[in-house]
Ligand binder design. Sequence first.
Ligand code: HDE
Length: 754
Amino acid sequence: ATKKSPSKKPAAKKVAPADDAALSAPPPGPGIENPPVEEPTAPVAPPPPKPSQGSPETVTPTGAPTGAPPESKAQQGEYLTTAQGARLRSTDHALKAGPRGPVLLQDHHLREKITHFDHERIPERVVHARGTGAHGVFVANGRAEKICRAAFLKKGVETDVFVRFSTVAGFRGSSDTVRDTRGFATKFYTSEGNYDLVGNNIPVFFIQEGIKFPDIVHAVKPEPDREIPQAQSAHDTFWDFVSLHTEAQAHVAWSMSDRAIPLSYRMMEGFGIHTFRLINEAGETSLVKFHWKPKQGIHSQVWEETQMTAGNDPDFHRRDLYDAIDAGAFPSYDLGVQVMPDSDDETFEGIDLLDPTKIVPEELCPVEIIGTMTLNRRPTNFFAEVEQVMFNPGNLVPGIDITNDPLLQVRLFSYIDTQITRLGGPNFSQIPINRAHCPVNDMFRDGFHQHAVHGGVAPYRPNSLDGGNPAVADDDSGAFIDVPQRVEGAKVRELSESFDDHFSQATLFVRSLTDVERQHLTRAYVFELGKCYEESIRVRQLQCLANIDADLCAEVAKALGLPAPEPTVPPAADVEPSPALSQIRGTWPVTGRKIALIVDADTEPAAITAAKDAVMAAGMLPFVTAPHGGKLGDVVVDRTFLTAASIEFDAAVVVEAPAPAPDAEPTFDAKAGHSTSGKPVDPRVVKMLGEMFRHCKAIAVTPGATAVLEAAGIPADAAGVVAEEPAAAVAELAKLLATHRVWERFPTAKPTAK
Ligand code: HDE
């Protein structure tokens, strides 16, 4: 074989240089010293930066720095151009053979435009397809320093974050308000790399082993023959699976509770679910579970409201999040940890910490707050940010490590793998929203959609040609630590016996609910099982309920018209309720709550302004809701009786009882709009207030507007109904809203734990 020597290279064509001196000058270097060294080589210390590598953390494809403010545009220039930058005269007409002739294949602009359009969609996420995201900042309070060496948990450190909330089962265009688990995924752009906390709003999971994930997902997704129902668990395949696969029962109990129908992403807890292992500066480890606690309180819709919202505003949660951010009512969440000793058996108070279907009650191990996250900016471009963000539980930083939880272990594989299809190749970490906000020098090269123009010739280690760079870090220079945990055992497809208890934590959850929450839970089981066609599935799920709680089983069985079976496992008699699991407790700030101000077409603008001011002074958001759009005097109308819906608002203030407008929906029963005193009220307002009353929302009327109460059949002395002048009424509403709903209006209501 002949080896080509450099001298055999064809000589470059000689062109007479205009300026010999300029051409013979050495070309601009890569910016690093690259002295000849012996191989294999130790890296040059400290490794100098390599600007010519254009490592992806420093610039976006168009040159804007990462983390740049939203005003930095991906596209520039005042003229419309082709993708290659050529200015265009017209993009409305294809090139044709005459104005009435056929379109010419040579129309390069047409082909480029249509080809790009043909490929605009990417596959949606296989689960969690429907979601919404926001930017924010996390500020650590320093309390985690003693257990974790991560830089972003040091006192006062501010870290950029991006959060994506999601439903699990529905397609990307499905409704926000469905009964489902919600995803709560946070990317921390820390100085030591991206850390992703990819959690849910329910602290237990359906399955103990990741290998079963395709099974539960196939069961909950629309049934494969007719592809229905969309974004629902109320169908046979779901209940077939969870009733056979009883480790799902704790999660199912949570999903039948109001937790699965949150009012807002702002009012939802988040949980890391798995136990993680933290490492401190001294190398000591502890086991922790992560919790997000919303400062706005935890709150849900009621079931009827949820169903109405799905039709009225399928984007309800997305709109709510972005409206709140736009209004400056920034949602914020405390991050907390339950810290448990890193014991050999990895249990705490008898609870196996590797079993993701189990929680550790807060009463046994309190949640310690280690920082606060505030969401303060919505995405500039939904696709670029929310659709293209990728999360991965394996995105860890020094100080945070995984455990042997068999669910978590499988996730570590899945999240990278899925992006290859979803984001079209291995370079998804270069997409601006996914880029680390610290130097990245990974020596990964090429692949679809490579955006970096990497310099250097030696993307391998060891090397001498790039000066031995990059260096590997050690403990002192912030290297990631894999905790050297001892592992031994025979290869088996088994789980330890401690995973066998499938019911006691469902019992714990059910017994920790207040009466009203418990009633909602019972009805949810009845609704969902009532939607199953197969009686054998209902019967099998009743058997599971018998093993969870005899009373619950009896109530559901009665409503389904079936006998309540006897338990097949010993009753969990010693289950201590955990009051922390109830959502109805304490009071919360009312900032950002939405108040409808109902007025008539001729209501005095000064009265409306006074009511608006009172609402805003309380930190809440007023929505002037009137018979027609435009303005009333100088007051802008936010909603009309046609566009407004009760589900949009947390409470209402009727500033003036509106008379029926001529354009009122003719299908309304005309009689419904008449108060007993005979004064007619717009039937759309009557309907709205009736719904708000039924959904146990606070309602205030000014003394002159009490006719609306009569017309809507609302007793003036009912709990949570206030008849005051606007300023006093708003103060009263704020008090009522602090507990979210007027709980005593629910028929069962005695808001105390069982
Ligand atoms: Fe996920 N999950 N998951 N999951 N998950 C995905 O990743 C998967 C699990 C969670 O807003 C996918 O990029 C497996 C638990 C959230 O982008 C996929 C298993 C928890 C999100 C995937 C689990 C979650 C996902 C789909 C069992 C709570 C949305 C698209 C081993 C702790 C993230 C994607 C976002 C998304 C796989 C179990 C939460 C396919 C195999 C447990 C919040 O990779």
